[in-house]
Design a protein around this ligand. Structure first.
Ligand code: AMP
Length: 417
């Protein structure tokens, strides 16, 4: 990686500001999943062990941006972090302002402070404009938001001492927000934390210098969500496997009957274009050859397995066993695999087999396997095979934008080596 990382700087005696991704599921004040907190621990421990004091900030959920909302408070996370870290964690009642700033300034080496949700401020995010707004109004709202974001970044910056800022929040790196990118201008050295470094290293390795054959597996709901990923990957992969509801827009493009399956009518021409481009680029594009279809979108629906023709009035909710085997055979030949999106409605037991078969196939290879995106990650976790993958990305949107070949603002803002 061509950016500075925590390994390149000395934290002794510094008060370090660090952006983490503690956007965890919380219900009734209880943290339900530690994954993201645990993922930040290596960086946190490293700084504290080196004699730095640490101020952590994060967003949580989507509050209205009009001030404090109990439901979105990071306070329960401070408690959980304290348990996992085995050291006291102080909690700042706000992310800016004199009280929190005083707590930050009072930190001693080895001490850690988590401050309150950055999204309690409307400036931490996108301009919200009504669909009915004119172009002029949209422009004005954007400019206003940019100004607010810059102001918030200036207020967050003094939480640290201005020397070292760490960004370990890969999951938010695709956003040019106050706490991810804009705050960097107030720091001498902006460095990647261990998690950020790992994400960029793995994904970068797959995209810039993949060992061949390189197989991409794309699934999930919509072609429109993944079209930029497909476009970027078509120039790099040897094979592209398409499953999930996306496949049926491709079916339609090939003139196959799709019944009531989810098809994006306005993306059928795009699917035709992708099929032609794959052929021109010599990329093998594999679609399901059989499907599990249902008479309704329901776990208790009547189901059957059919070939490429979906019965009138039925909808395809998973790839069939022949497709799973065809895809698995392709995966077994791969040296690099990138997977984003489930093969079917895996949340419902009768339609989970296709996704599970793919998880097993990827887990069974010795190749570099990268799982990116929220739903494929939960599918892999559900399968119990997570430990067999080379890398499971912590960032849904960020990993998707990385796969699209976009520069992530949170990464761009880090200091070059
Ligand atoms: P995405 O967020 O684009 O990766 O889409 C994931 C969602 O796509 C999951 O909630 C799946 O249930 C859904 N999905 C996958 N395959 C199908 C299908 N054949 N029909 C409808 N929804 C699907």
């Amino acid at each position: 990686m061509n950016k500075l990382t925590v390994r390149d700087v000395d934290f002794k005696g510094r008060r370090v500001l660090c952006r983490v991704d503690f956007n965890v599921p919380i219900k009734d004040g209880v943290v339900n999943d530690n994954t993201r907190i645990s993922a930040a621990l290596p960086t946190i421990k490293y700084v504290l062990d080196q004699g730095g004091a640490l101020v952590l900030m994060s967003h949580l959920g989507r509050p209205k941006g009009k001030g404090y909302e109990t439901e979105f408070s990071l306070k329960p996370v401070a408690g959980r972090l304290q348990e996992l870290l085995g050291r006291p964690v102080k909690f700042g009642p706000d992310c800016i302002g004199p009280d929190t700033l005083a707590m930050a300034r009072a930190l001693k080496p080895g001490e850690v402070l988590l401050v309150e949700n950055t999204r309690f401020y409307p400036d931490e995010g996108k301009a919200k404009v009504a669909d009915t707004a004119t172009e002029e109004e949209k422009k004005a709202a954007k400019a206003e938001m940019k100004k607010k974001q810059a102001d918030l970044a200036a207020k967050l910056a003094p939480l640290g001492d201005g020397e070292i800022f760490i960004n370990d929040a890969f999951g938010s790196a695709h956003r040019a927000h106050a706490s991810t990118a804009l705050v960097c201008k107030y720091y001498k050295k902006n460095v990647a934390g261990f998690l950020m470094e790992k994400e960029i290293d793995f994904m970068g390795r797959a995209l810039s210098n993949p060992e061949k054959p390189f197989v991409a597996i794309l699934g999930g709901a919509k072609v429109s969500d993944k079209v930029n990923v497909i476009t970027n990957l078509l120039t790099k992969v040897d094979s592209l496997i398409v499953g999930g509801a996306m496949a049926y827009t491709f079916y339609r493009a090939k003139g196959l009957p799709t019944g009531k399956s989810l098809v994006e009518e306005d993306k059928v021409d795009l699917a035709k274009d992708i099929l032609a481009r794959a052929q021109a680029a010599g990329v093998k594009l594999l679609l399901p050859v059989d499907n599990v279809i249902a008479d309704k979108f329901d776990a208790a629906a009547q189901t059957k397995t059919v070939g490429e023709k979906i019965d009138e009035g039925w909808l395809a909710l998973d790839i069939g066993p022949k497709s799973a085997e065809l895809f698995a055979a392709e995966i077994r030949k791969a040296k690099t695999v990138v997977w984003n999106g489930p093969m079917g409605c895996f949340e419902m037991a009768p339609f989970a087999a296709g996704t599970l078969a793919i998880a097993k196939a990827v887990a069974g290879t010795k190749c570099l396997s990268i799982i990116g995106g929220g739903d494929s990650v939960s599918a892999v976790n559900k399968s119990g095979l997570a430990g067999k993958m080379s890398h499971i990305s912590t960032g849904g949107g960020a990993s998707l934008e990385f796969l699209e070949g976009k520069q992530l603002p949170g990464v761009v803002a880090l200091t070059d080596k």
